[in-house]
Design a protein around this ligand. Structure first.
Ligand code: FES
Length: 120
């Protein structure tokens, strides 16, 4: 299986070297998006790297990911196109916007799901 093309849109307010840029990388289906990015020097925010804390949250703009390795990922997250790159493997070419932690907290709070309830 050939790797998928993954584009990461990094917002200006994201506190990493590539802020304001769109970066592209090839990612095989068995590699997590976060690890793939970090291997290429793109230090997206992350903490647990188990799909638990939502520090790495991002918005999926196009494509499909396998999020089944995440320890806590809800149907509502998927419906809102929010992903956890630390435990997301590409299932097609993918474009996502990084650094969406605050948005993820709002979404979780809206659905009364952790984390978020304790912070909002
Ligand atoms: S780093 Fe914790 S959910 Fe991704």
């Amino acid at each position: 299986m050939s790797p998928h093309t993954v584009e990461i849109e990094v917002p200006e307010e994201c506190d990493i070297e590539q802020a304001g840029e769109t970066v592209e990388m090839d990612v095989p289906e068995d590699e997590y998006l976060l690890a793939a990015a970090r291997d290429r020097g793109i230090w997206l925010p992350a903490d647990c790297q188990q799909g638990w804390c939502t520090t790495c949250a991002a918005e999926l703009l196009s494509g499909d990911v396998d999020q089944s390795d995440s320890r806590r990922y809800y149907e509502e997250d998927r419906e809102a196109d929010m992903i956890l790159p630390c435990t997301a493997k590409p299932r097609s070419d993918v474009t996502f916007e990084a650094c969406q932690y605050e948005e993820m907290l709002d979404l979780r709070a809206e659905h009364d799901q952790p984390p978020g309830r304790s912070k909002r």
